[in-house]
Design a protein around this ligand. Structure first.
Ligand SMILES: [Zn+2]
Length: 114
């Protein structure tokens, strides 16, 4: 019985994540699944139109996509030519280098250094 409730909640969480990926509210997917059924929540999610605006904004914030200055369509951040209008895009400035942490003595030990 406890495991059934656990599975129910876990699948409800998964449906909530699925809703988030489609640009909808996590809570909406989660509570529909929790109170009706995860399967029903998922099936409802299948028929939900993806919220393109939210998904696009997310991609812009992640810097996985950027807007073409000519046609304002989204293109991949690494693209050098817009796939919608063919405009040449200047390459993105490289991301700031990530902090490099010095190797710990334990790492040296496992790599066989003295
Ligand atoms: Zn374009």
């Amino acid at each position: 019985m406890v495991s059934l409730i656990l599975f129910w909640v876990i699948f409800s969480l998964l449906v909530g994540l699925y809703y988030t990926r489609k640009g909808h509210s996590f809570a909406y997917g989660f509570f529909v699944s929790l109170f009706l059924s995860p399967l029903l929540g998922f099936l409802l999610g299948l028929f939900l139109e993806p919220n393109i605006k939210v998904i696009e904004n997310r991609a812009l914030q992640d810097r996985t996509m950027r807007k073409c200055p000519d046609c304002a369509e989204l293109v991949k951040a690494e693209a050098i030519v817009c796939r919608h209008c063919g405009r040449a895009l200047e390459p993105l400035a490289p991301e700031p280098p990530k902090e490099v942490k010095p190797p710990s003595p334990l790492e040296d030990f496992f790599k066989g250094k003295p």
